[in-house]
Write a protein that binds this ligand. Sequence first.
Ligand code: SAM
Ligand code: SF4
Ligand code: SF4
Length: 365
Amino acid sequence: MKTTGRIIPIASAPKLLAAHDGDLAAALGGSLHDMRNRRVRDLRISVTDRCNFRCVYCMPKSVFGHDYDFLPRTDLLSFEEIGRIARLFVDQGVEKIRITGGEPLLRRHIENLIGQLAKLPVELTLTTNGSLLAKKARALKDAGLKRVTVSLDGIDDAVFKRMNDVDYAVGDVLDGIAAAAAAGLAPVKVNCVVKRGSNDDQILPLARHFRHSGHILRFIEFMDVGSSNGWRMDEVLPSADVLAVINAEFPLEAIDANYPGEVAGRWRYRDGAGEIGVISSVTRAFCASCSRIRLSTEGQLYTCLFARSGHDLRALLRQGAGDEQLQRAIAAVWRDRDDRYSEIRSAATTLPAGSGKIEMSYIGG
Ligand code: SAM
Ligand code: SF4
Ligand code: SF4
């Protein structure tokens, strides 16, 4: 049997269409709040579920093998459909849009989508594994992209190759980072997912490498997204430990968040060598201020990274829904939102493989 991480129940389009008239006032009146009084500010758009890496914590080869059933191209939202949904979200208060995947630079002519979204009054960014960045950085910048985040889980070639599991060399990602900075997609954020026992020996070497570079290195706790990465709590290295390791060699001091609810904790080297960040998604949940909504590659809307069901916007779009209907649907989804998975997670709450949580490569990080 073919494996897939994406077969999940979705709220039907008719149910979305049945949003009450009262929702419309809120929908069109700007600020939209969920059941925990959180505003929608941040839209993440996944443009492909495919990737040229097989990172062990995201798309393990044992699940995402040669026979894996990726989405057929006709199922993907077109750039026009994505642009329309993004515009409606901006009308409802979204201030930041991040393009992600899978590997977003694998989507053909991605710069055309960037060009469309760059016309919206939002901060527009993209997360990439960096493999195609050296080739594409200039075109992305010219199309209107503001910044990029590049994932890099080690600076030692052997460790990095073990993490990406496709024998991809560190040097090529570093070239991509340099090209991004040269094109003006700066400051470049460099994300490292730390998996205890796999790449935690890379913390100091990465810190050393990116000091004085102007790039912002950030360490992310290994999360139990999806149900195929074999997550175990004892493989999570708490951010506090990461900071302790770096601080012992290069003393650090905390700095203020850029804005309320910022996910990364910010630190700087006392000697002025730059800034780093930690994202403590497991040990210090930030659900209370979570303002993110995710649009999957095939047009499902997810209100949480750990959701097990989405809401089918593509069906509405392809049935010919008008902007007002779509706005009602979006408002209804957000107003019903009650998610706080990370606050209630524990080793015991983690669900077994096959339990239907959405995969990271499908929903976008
Ligand atoms: N392919 C692109 C990349 O790797 O940057 C974009 C998509 S990837 C799913 C987005 C981010 O999610 C990456 O920084 C990746 O390291 C992170 N990620 C994936 N699986 C994760 C996990 N289980 N725990 C924590 N972060 C994860
Ligand atoms: Fe691909 Fe990004 Fe997932 Fe790695 S983290 S497998 S690069 S989607
Ligand atoms: Fe937001 Fe869900 Fe993550 Fe909590 S667990 S921070 S609600 S995405």
